[in-house]
Ligand binder design. Structure first.
Ligand SMILES: [Zn+2]
Ligand SMILES: [Zn+2]
Length: 301
């Protein structure tokens, strides 16, 4: 089969490599129909991650069709469409059993030297019975492929951030994982999500990706550490404003959005002064208390 192989920094080649075969009872062989390029691949590509140029195949974001299953697999059969995690996990160890499969004692990473990558025609998935999920009919490859890495990573950030309704949430980084962390954070009904990045085009994408929700933009030109300090100061003054209902610090915190009109203030924001102080962002209708804490969700991309 053909696969994208790593031949050293800035040197990738599509080469013929051996077809993968069933090696363990729970192995599954996928015919890859769509594969993504992760930021982690770029780290290897541009030499930031020092790896031997031995021609190993790359890629760990994938979706495909099951073509062969090991004798221990009972939940998949040839012809099933499946998407998988970037790391193969066993499903039996303490970490897998307690909801931390990425910490699996027997974890194996796709596309990094030891295990074949998904930017190939076929992929061997160890522990495929646990690592893969079936894809519902009607869901395109282009959407489903996100669930294996960047969407699940972003959601994991939001989930483990323990966001409570009414919290102020900052997501540091608005790359692909950051976008999903922002969208996921909104599911937990925070008061506002601050999208932080130094690249204006990424912040534009943050706004576009959640047009009906409240994404508040932070500084775009400073270094990330400075942005974080600014956001901390802003959240601190925001919290103070909650105890002083007539102050309006939020109006200087967030870039106003064109569609944010006074009418966007919902009945839950029932104080006119409170309404004007928060009108720079469009808040969803909800009955929540004032921000009880600031939650930070850190994303790597
Ligand atoms: Zn990745
Ligand atoms: Zn495990």
């Amino acid at each position: 089969m053909k696969a994208v192989t790593f031949q050293g920094p800035f040197k990738l080649e599509v080469k013929d490599v051996p077809d993968p075969t069933i090696q363990e009872p729970n192995d599954i062989i996928l015919k890859v129909t769509t594969a993504g390029i992760c930021g982690s691949d770029v780290h290897a590509y541009d030499g930031r991650m020092t790896l031997p140029p031995t021609g190993w195949s790359m890629g760990h974001e994938y979706i495909g069709e099951v073509v062969e299953v090991g004798p221990g697999v009972t939940n998949f059969k040839p012809g099933d469409r499946a998407v998988g995690s970037f790391v193969a996990s066993c499903g039996d160890c303490y970490y897998c059993q307690t909801g931390w499969p990425s910490q699996c004692e027997k974890q194996q990473f796709f596309g990094f030297i030891l295990l074949g990558g998904a930017q190939a025609e076929y992929l061997r998935v160890p522990n495929g019975h646990y690592t893969l999920e079936k894809v519902p009919d009607g869901l395109s490859d282009e959407k489903a492929v996100f669930t294996g890495d960047i969407l699940s990573t972003g959601y994991f950030c939001a989930d483990r951030g323990e966001i409570k309704p009414g919290d102020v949430v900052a997501v540091v980084g608005s790359g692909p994982v950051g976008l999903f962390a922002q969208m996921s954070a909104l599911m937990f009904e925070p008061k506002v999500v601050l999208a932080i990045d130094s690249m204006p085009e990424r912040l534009e994408m943050s706004s576009a990706s959640a047009p009906s929700l409240s994404i508040c933009r932070a500084s775009t030109r400073s270094r990330p550490s400075r942005n974080i300090r600014k956001a901390e100061a802003r959240m601190s003054s925001w919290k103070q404003s909650e105890s002083s209902p007539h102050s309006s610090p939020a109006s200087s915190m967030c870039a106003p959005r064109a569609r944010s009109a006074p009418s966007a203030c919902t009945p839950s924001l029932n104080s006119p002064s409170r309404c004007s102080s928060l009108s720079s962002a469009t808040f969803r209708s909800r009955s929540v208390s004032a921000p009880s804490s600031a939650t930070w969700a850190s994303s790597s991309a």
